[in-house]
Design a protein around this ligand. Sequence first.
Ligand code: AMP
Length: 205
Amino acid sequence: MATLAAKALKLASFEAENLKGNFMILTLEEKTFLNHSIRDIPDFPKPGIVFKDITTLLSNKEAYSLLMKHLHERYSSYGLTHVAGIDARGFIFGAALAQMLGIGFIPIRKKGKLPYTTVSEKYSLEYGFDEVEIHIDAFSSVEKPKVLLIDDLIATGGTAYAATNLINKVGAQCIEACFILGLDFLDGQSKLKTLTPVYTVIGVE
Ligand code: AMP
């Protein structure tokens, strides 16, 4: 009962936030439809992990189109100059959104993939470290770059935190970080929110 009330409250505050900004609001049915278009793969890439497979959303033309229309409507009034996508699934949503908004797309890649001079940021994984990079001149075409960061999913938030730091390091402002899915039980969003506002289309509890 308490969980139901909490869910209703969460939904109400989400909708109020969206009404305030006059964004297109996804109905509960639309969110459920999008959520069901994503496939769960248990024990991938290792035992205990439920991998959220967004390829089934991408191949579903109604789901992909609904999602992109929603993102386009949400972000068309933000005055963005670029969308930055995280390697690799962030490229799919980010590049499509940038094209719809008529602005540039910037890839944030895993170490060693970008050909020109890069700035890099390390972040910790369960075991060891990983590193993401951005081209040093990524946003040099505009005076005051305003960037939306996008990825398919936020789990612990480490990747997105490092990516937001990179955007700041090369002189741009990260206006918001957007994820199709948020694994709410891992609370990766709290730390990221100290750097930038966070929006998740679907929360997984
Ligand atoms: P994190 O840095 O922990 O927030 O992890 C986020 C990155 O790892 C994103 O680029 C996701 O694509 C990927 N990722 C983490 N957990 C999952 C999962 N359960 N299913 C699919 N992708 C995941």
